[in-house]
Design a protein around this ligand. Structure first.
Ligand SMILES: CC(C)=CCC/C(C)=C/CC/C(C)=C/CC/C(C)=C/CC/C(C)=C/CC/C(C)=C/CC/C(C)=C/COP(=O)(O)OP(=O)(O)O
Ligand SMILES: O=P(O)(O)OC[C@@H](O)CO
Ligand SMILES: [Mg+2]
Length: 228
C-alpha cells in the first residue's frame, strides 16, 4: 500500500477547514491528479475531515490524510502521512507528539498505512513555520543536509520541502533532490499555474498544490497537465 506514493507526480492538498463546492470537488478529483491529500495546519477537526473524506470517496482517486493533530484522525483513508519536522529545535514536532500518540493509541494504529514525512519548512511567514519554530534561515546546502538526515540516517520514505503560501527557491529544491538516495522529494508552496507547476516538477518527484485550488481553480487544474 505504501508503495502507492512512489509514482505520484501531482497531488492536490485540500483543507477540511475551507469550503469547496461539489462542482469544484468533482473537477479536482477527476483532474488526473495522482492523489488527494487532506490536511491543514489549523481548524481541522474530526467532523470537517470525515465530511471531506466522504465527499472525495465518490471518486476513484486515492485519498490520504496528513495528520497534524490527533482530533482529525478518521478511519478510512488510503494512507496516513505523518510529518516530522527536521529543521526545528522543538522536539515535540520531531518525535514528541508522535510519542504521545503512540503511547495513547498504539494498539489501534494501522502501522502498514503510516508514511512518515521528513518536513523541511522554509517559508518563515507561514503558519506552519511559526507554529513549529522552524529554523528557516538555511542555504541550499544546509537544507540538503537536513534532507540527507531524513533520507540516509532516518530512512524516511518522503522528504517534504514546504514553502506553504509562497513559491520557493527552486535551486534549493534541486539541491535537495540531488542529495537524497531513496526518499521521494515532495515540494509544496505557491504552485498556482502550469508554469510554476512545471518549474517545481523539474526539480522534485511530486508537486503538491494547495491554496491555488481555493484562489483560482481554473489555473490550479492546469497544474496537472503541466507535470504529466
Ligand atoms: C483507526 C485509525 C485510522 C487510526 C489511525 C491512527 C493514526 C494515524 C495515528 C497517528 C500516529 C501518529 C504517530 C500521529 C502523529 C501525531 C501528531 C500530532 C504529529 C505531529 C505532526 C506535526 C509535526 C505537525 C506540525 C505541523 C505540520 C508539519 C503539518 C503538516 C500540514 C501542513 C504543513 C499544512 C499547511 O497548512 P496550511 O493550512 O496550508 O498552512 P497555511 O495556513 O500557512 O496556508
Ligand atoms: O498551499 P500551497 O502554498 O500550495 O502549499 C501546498 C502545501 O505544501 C501546503 O502544505
Ligand atoms: Mg494552506
Amino acid at each position: 500500500m505504501k508503495q502507492m506514493i512512489k509514482p505520484w507526480r501531482h497531488v492536490f492538498k485540500l483543507d477540511p477547514d475551507r469550503e469547496i463546492d461539489d462542482n469544484a470537488l468533482e473537477a479536482i478529483c477527476m483532474s488526473g491528479t495522482d492523489a488527494i491529500m487532506v490536511g491543514g495546519s489549523s481548524g481541522v477537526t474530526y467532523d470537517n475531515t470525515v465530511d471531506l473524506l466522504a465527499r472525495v470517496r465518490r471518486y476513484e482517486v486515492p485519498c490520504v490524510l496528513e495528520v497534524s493533530n490527533l482530533e482529525m484522525v478518521v478511519p478510512g483513508f488510503d494512507l496516513y502521512m505523518i510529518p516530522m519536522v527536521m529543521n526545528t529545535a522543538d522536539s515535540m514536532w520531531i518525535t514528541g507528539h508522535h510519542q504521545r500518540a503512540v503511547d495513547e493509541y498504539g494498539y489501534m494504529i494501522p502501522w502498514d498505512l503510516l508514511v512518515p514525512e521528513g518536513y523541511i519548512i522554509l517559508n518563515p511567514d507561514s503558519t506552519v513555520a511559526q507554529m513549529t519554530g522552524a529554523q528557516t534561515d538555511l542555504d541550499a546546502s544546509g537544507a540538503a543536509a537536513y534532507a540527507q538526515v531524513a533520507d540516509k540516517l532516518m530512512s524516511l520514505p518522503v522528504v517534504y520541502v514546504e514553502y506553504s503560501g509562497s513559491f520557493g527557491d527552486m535551486d534549493t529544491v534541486k539541491k535537495i533532490h540531488q542529495s537524497v538516495q531513496t526518499a521521494k522529494v515532495f515540494y509544496g508552496g505557491g504552485i498556482h499555474d502550469a508554469e510554476t507547476a512545471a518549474k517545481a516538477a523539474a526539480v522534485c518527484d511530486t508537486i503538491v498544490v494547495g491554496n491555488a485550488v481555493y484562489d483560482n481553480l481554473k489555473q490550479a487544474l492546469l497544474t496537472v497537465k503541466a507535470v504529466k
